[in-house]
Design a protein around this ligand. Structure first.
Ligand code: S3P
Length: 437
């Protein structure tokens, strides 16, 4: 398929309200845990995008009955230990979260084996990070070159482990916690730094005892999983972050982003942007915010303003991991230098995001240098514009679009269709924020 090329011209200002699309991470978890549950669950505001549709297809393949209505869906799951023997390969598409979380459940299916595969980008993303702890729990896994998809998970009996993650990864932590539900005894996962905690919150709100203390999460074996009657998925902070960045960079802008998930483990980008001088007002402390599946929801008010460079420390990285490309973009417009350290994980995202972000923004007139574990940006107060390639990476495509709206000459994004992975209506949502005259 030929990638779609879309041009984003400089805009005068952005004004208005926007409810960003549903949270991708929470949608994946609602579908997966809903399929593992013994009672039906209604899910509202499930993300309708390529990644989360891959998860629905996989869940149906594994025996879930999913009734999709215009404003909600009902998932009738199979129970913890009764996934169907999948016909053929499970295709995870571009979805790294599905690829890393699902094996934690497949590992519990005694006597059944499952093959997982995905697109060209997924075939470059390592699965040894989940294979190592799952093998310690007793699971037999065969991966291509020991590290990559396609890979086969052989279900069997598991035993709980005490495992320290080599890098903070919510996907790996979640895989182990999901396996822990069916493993004998108790399982503890220790994280070097806090990462997003949606799995813990969803399990806790389902009544599963999840003990959290000093960077360790412990879960006990369960007979069954019963989620609440309904999960309402909040808007995705990571998708909201593109509108936020546009609102910060395009002069005279003012945006209200509604119903966004303000879970502290997801709002690292907001804190970094505020430190750079962005005016973002909203309840970021989770005080008394309405909750759904344990997740707080709030509105964020964003105003354009001048920026200064900052240093992003390694502990902040997991809390803003998907927004670091946007930190690089803000940094191009800031005064002074911005340094991001401890972010080598960017190399194994949907693209090598150290290289693709640095090359992409340099091609638009930025001054960025890649380092082993991040990048250094010298702010020049703006970007000229030009052409950027998404490399099939949804966040790169939207980065280019925002860069274009804030640039002097506009940006052509080659491969804009990649945005459909997490935010199919992105270009229309941005257009709706343009002044009418
Ligand atoms: C995700 C966790 C992050 C993030 C990804 C979604 C999740 O990955 O980059 O987009 O839903 O758990 P890691 O936890 O592997 O860094």
């Amino acid at each position: 398929m030929t990638p779609t090329t879309v041009r984003f011209d400089p805009v005068r200002r952005l004004r208005g309200e926007l409810t960003p699309p549903a949270d991708k991470s929470i949608s994946h978890r609602a579908a997966l845990l809903g399929t593992m549950a013994s009672e039906p669950v209604r899910v509202r505001n499930y993300l309708d995008a390529a990644d989360t549709n891959s998860t629905l297809a996989a869940m149906r393949q594994l025996g879930a009955l999913i009734d999709t209505q215009p404003d909600h869906m009902v998932i009738r799951g199979t129970g913890l230990r009764e996934a169907a023997p999948a016909e053929g390969t499970i295709d995870v598409g571009n979805a790294g979260t599905l690829m890393r979380l699902l094996p934690g459940w497949l590992a519990a299916q005694e006597g059944r084996a499952y093959t997982l595969d995905g697109d060209a980008s997924i075939r470059k993303r390592p699965v040894d990070r989940i294979a190592v702890p799952l093998r310690r729990m007793g699971v037999h896994i065969e991966a291509t070159d020991e590290r990559f998809p396609p890979f086969i998970v052989h279900g069997g009996r598991m035993t709980g482990i005490d495992y320290t993650l080599p890098v903070a990864s919510a996907q790996v932590k979640s895989c182990i916690l999901i396996a822990a539900l069916t493993a004998n005894g108790e399982t503890t996962v220790r994280e070097p730094e806090p990462s997003r905690d949606h799995t813990e919150r969803m399990l806790l709100s389902a009544g599963v005892p999840v003990h959290r203390a000093d960077g360790a999460v412990t879960v006990l074996n369960q007979d069954e999983l019963v989620l609440g009657e309904e999960i309402v998925v909040p808007a995705d902070l990571s998708s909201a972050a593109f509108a936020m960045a546009a609102g910060i960079l395009v002069p005279k802008s003012r945006l209200l982003l509604r119903g966004v998930n303000t879970n502290w483990t997801r709002t690292g980008f907001v804190r970094i942007a505020q430190r750079m001088g962005a005016i973002i007002i909203g309840d970021l402390e989770e005080h008394g915010a309405p909750l759904t599946a344990g997740e707080p929801i709030g509105d964020l008010d964003v105003t354009a303003g001048p920026l200064v460079g900052t240093t992003v420390e390694p502990w902040e990285v997991p809390l803003a991991i998907d927004e670091l490309p946007l930190v690089a973009l803000l940094a191009c417009f800031a005064e002074g230098e911005t340094v991001v350290r401890g972010a080598a994980e960017l190399k194994v995202k949907e693209s090598d995001r150290i290289q693709t972000v640095v090359d992409g923004l340099n091609a638009l007139g930025g001054q960025l240098e890649a380092t082993d574990d991040g990048f250094v940006v010298t702010g020049t107060g703006g970007l000229r514009g030009g052409t950027i390639h998404s490399h099939g990476d949804h966040r790169l495509a939207m980065l280019g679009a925002v860069a274009g709206m804030a640039s002097k000459e506009g940006v052509e994004v080659v491969g804009m269709d990649a945005a459909d992975v997490s935010y199919p209506g992105f270009a229309d949502d941005m257009a709706a924020l343009l002044p009418s005259s």
